[in-house]
Ligand binder design. Structure first.
Ligand SMILES: *[C@@H]1O[C@H](CO)[C@@H](O)[C@H](O)[C@H]1NC(C)=O
Ligand SMILES: *[C@@H]1O[C@H](CO)[C@@H](O)[C@H](O)[C@H]1NC(C)=O
Ligand SMILES: *[C@@H]1O[C@H](CO)[C@@H](O)[C@H](O)[C@H]1NC(C)=O
Ligand SMILES: *[C@@H]1O[C@H](CO)[C@@H](O)[C@H](O)[C@H]1NC(C)=O
Ligand SMILES: *[C@@H]1O[C@H](CO)[C@@H](O)[C@H](O)[C@H]1NC(C)=O
Ligand SMILES: *[C@@H]1O[C@H](CO)[C@@H](O)[C@H](O)[C@H]1NC(C)=O
Length: 591
């Protein structure tokens, strides 16, 4: 395919003549048309440990993978002539201009990796200058420039490397908080696998790993104050030592990813805590009773909540919190506060006595007692920003008065709860279960479940089989299109929109461990990555989901090539035949 021929066909065709299609799509990318630029050994003209090691990783990936885009966008003019074939990589003549170095200019080398740090960058590859020029306000922006650049440099098919055209990029994220949540309380995830997820985060420009460390089921973290807590790890091998946790934090930081720890309290608490003093937890020996809902003490087995009235609870919470605060350097710390079950407190004599003392007291007063006594402990660390699940404000057992500087993570009722939280003035992280919960739709995990003993579909409906949602409370499975199409600021006022600080896709791990964590998270989390980096609409405000298709299919292959074991999304035929697998031939059917 001759390049000069393509350039005569007008702007759209020139753009589509470029095969690379980095993900997330940059906010602003302008391709030239003078032809390919040869890439020689790129020397970094810059000195600083974080930037240098990030460049070394990017360069290693470039040279070892010799990447050729696995899925390319079809020229618009080829619609609807399916299938179209994947063109070969373009060759550069020996006379083509070459680049030999990467110049990086960073305005502030000392900017810490914290919420809201400037992550913008510019990147310019020109036929006239033998250096690729990158500018960034902070090192963290420069790291994003590298993950873009490593997707731009491709093999010329003859052992050389090229960038297909001169290019100018101006890029910056839409939202400062962009992440995934992993859960190592329900099942243990090895450090090696956690690091793999961080590789995926960095490549897709996500910058938060929310680490739901423990849950009622297990306590995997080694605690300086209470070594006995890991008696409730699944085994002596399924423990995170202090060094393991520090290693995860350091590995993530080197890749521009913040690690936000979560200790889920006062709900979802049994393991670990009960080893310190059985009285600081309650209802652990009750039947969780989801079969008789009026008696339920937990929404899933096993039950357990911190005793809110027992004084020693706060002493232990403080020591655990201080221990973890020495390990996790992020200014954000998540302290749970979801799904408090009133019935659980029937098993606490401390709580029952407290209610008896004053019959006007309610469960809302109890939740308020927790806020009043626990929040000062959380504020005991300098510059700490506390994060909680929305339940503490919006559930039936809500507290009356939750400080407005606490970041709320929204997971119920989609747009409705986002509106409630932001209009009340809370900074909000969107994790609406109907759109972003990656664990949904795999059936139930509870056993002795007679709902499956049916010889036909009980009511013939897709959504209400096996007694409801196939046993998965948040079925169906959230596809990448479902995630990417979510307009989560719909109907918010301008001042409410400012309170949306970003989004996280949670992967709860009742049915996840090392075996499937990567393919459950990826590449779906990369669709979220683009949604919160540059959005789901083009310059004219039209949904660009259909343009993400080939970009995401390529990126999935790229993740796998980089060691992140992402799931297949389509038969490979779809990847090789752009838009051949679309449901509608109308390319703007997604409005
Ligand atoms: C995008 O970049 C080009 C080239 O640098 C520039 O001319 C244009 O104004 C930019 N567009 C936006 C929307 O920033
Ligand atoms: C807990 O106590 C309340 C109020 O006395 C009662 O209605 C409820 O049934 C009790 N729950 C259990 C699980 O015993
Ligand atoms: C719990 O602590 C509070 C305040 O420190 C104190 O007033 C109260 O007597 C203590 N209660 C018990 C049962 O020790
Ligand atoms: C993880 O994989 C197992 C086995 O393939 C499957 O049963 C389970 O549903 C998966 N979990 C999730 C959340 O996808
Ligand atoms: C947005 O608000 C309008 C007017 O109140 C309402 O009709 C519409 O259903 C809302 N949209 C969504 C997606 O909630
Ligand atoms: C394609 O779909 C869009 C959105 O539904 C619609 O506005 C447009 O008219 C359709 N185009 C054709 C050619 O049917």
């Amino acid at each position: 395919m001759k390049f000069s021929v393509l350039t005569t066909l007008g702007a759209l065709t020139v753009a589509s003549a470029v095969q690379v299609n980095p993900l997330p799509a940059p906010r602003n990318i302008t391709w030239g048309s003078s032809g390919p630029i040869r890439v020689q050994e790129l020397k970094l003209e810059h000195q600083s440990a974080i930037v240098t090691s990030a460049w070394n990783r990017a360069w290693k990936s470039i040279t070892t993978l010799q990447w050729v885009p696995a899925a390319v966008e079809a020229p618009i003019s080829s619609y609807p002539a399916f299938p179209t074939s994947t063109p070969n990589a373009k060759r550069a003549t020996p006379e083509a201009p070459a680049v030999r170095s990467v110049q990086v200019h960073i305005a502030d080398h000392h900017a810490d990796l914290q919420h809201g740090v400037d992550e913008s960058y510019t990147l310019e590859v020109s036929q006239h200058v033998p250096a690729i020029r990158i500018t960034a306000k902070t090192p963290w922006g420069a790291l994003h420039a590298f993950t873009t650049l490593q997707q731009l440099v491709i093999s010329d098919g003859k052992g050389g490397l090229i960038i297909e055209q001169p290019v100018k990029i101006q890029d910056a994220p839409l939202y400062p908080h962009r992440g995934i949540m992993i859960d190592t309380g329900r099942n243990f995830i090895s450090v090696r696998k956690i690091l793999e997820q961080i590789d995926g985060l960095a490549l897709s420009k996500l910058n938060v790993l929310h680490w739901h460390l423990d849950d009622a089921q297990s306590w995997p973290m080694e605690m300086r104050s209470y070594p006995e807590m890991t008696k409730d790890a699944y085994s002596p091998r399924e423990i995170y030592t202090e060094n393991d946790m520090r290693r995860v934090v350091a590995y993530a930081r080197a890749r521009g990813v913040r690690v936000i720890p979560e200790v889920d309290i006062p709900g979802h608490s049994a393991s670990g805590w009960q080893q310190v003093d059985p009285q600081i937890v309650t209802c652990t020996n009750s039947w969780w009773s989801n079969d008789v809902w009026e008696h339920h003490t937990a929404v899933e087995p096993n039950p357990g909540q911190l005793d809110i009235i027992y004084n020693k609870t706060y002493e232990v919470v403080e020591n655990v919190y201080q221990d973890l605060s020495r390990i996790f350097s992020d200014s954000f710390f998540h302290v749970g506060a979801d799904e408090l079950q009133a019935n659980c407190y029937n098993f606490s004599s401390h709580v029952m006595d407290w209610f008896a003392e004053d019959p006007s007291r309610t469960y809302n007063d109890l939740a308020q007692y927790w806020i009043d006594h626990a929040v000062p402990i959380f504020r005991g660390v300098e510059n700490r920003r506390i994060m909680m699940w929305e339940d503490i404000v919006l559930s039936t057992e809500n507290a009356h008065d939750v400080p407005k500087d606490i970041v709320m993570q929204s997971w119920n009722n989609g747009l409705e709860n986002i509106k409630k939280l932001t209009s009340a003035g809370y900074d909000t992280v969107v994790s609406s279960a109907d759109f972003m919960y990656l664990d949904c739709g795999h059936g139930g995990f509870v056993t002795n479940d007679p709902r499956y003993n049916e010889q036909s579909n009980p009511d013939g409906s897709v959504n209400f089989n096996y007694g409801g949602n196939g046993g998965s409370w948040c079925a169906p499975y959230k596809t990448w299109q479902r995630i990417y199409d979510y307009d989560f600021t719909t109907n918010l006022t301008a001042s409410e929109v400012k309170h949306v600080i970003g989004a996280e896709a949670p992967l709860w791990s009742e049915q996840v461990d090392d075996i499937n964590i990567s393919n459950e998270l990826w590449p779906r989390a990369a669709a979220l990555g683009e949604l919160v980096w540059s959005g789901n609409r083009d310059k004219n405000g039209h949904k660009r989901t259909n343009q993400l298709t080939q970009r995401l299919l390529n990126f999935r292959e790229y993740l796998v090539a980089n060691g992140v074991l992402a799931n297949a999304l389509v038969p490979k035929w779809c990847l090789k035949n752009p838009h051949g697998c679309d449901l509608y031939q109308n390319q703007t059917a997604i409005a």
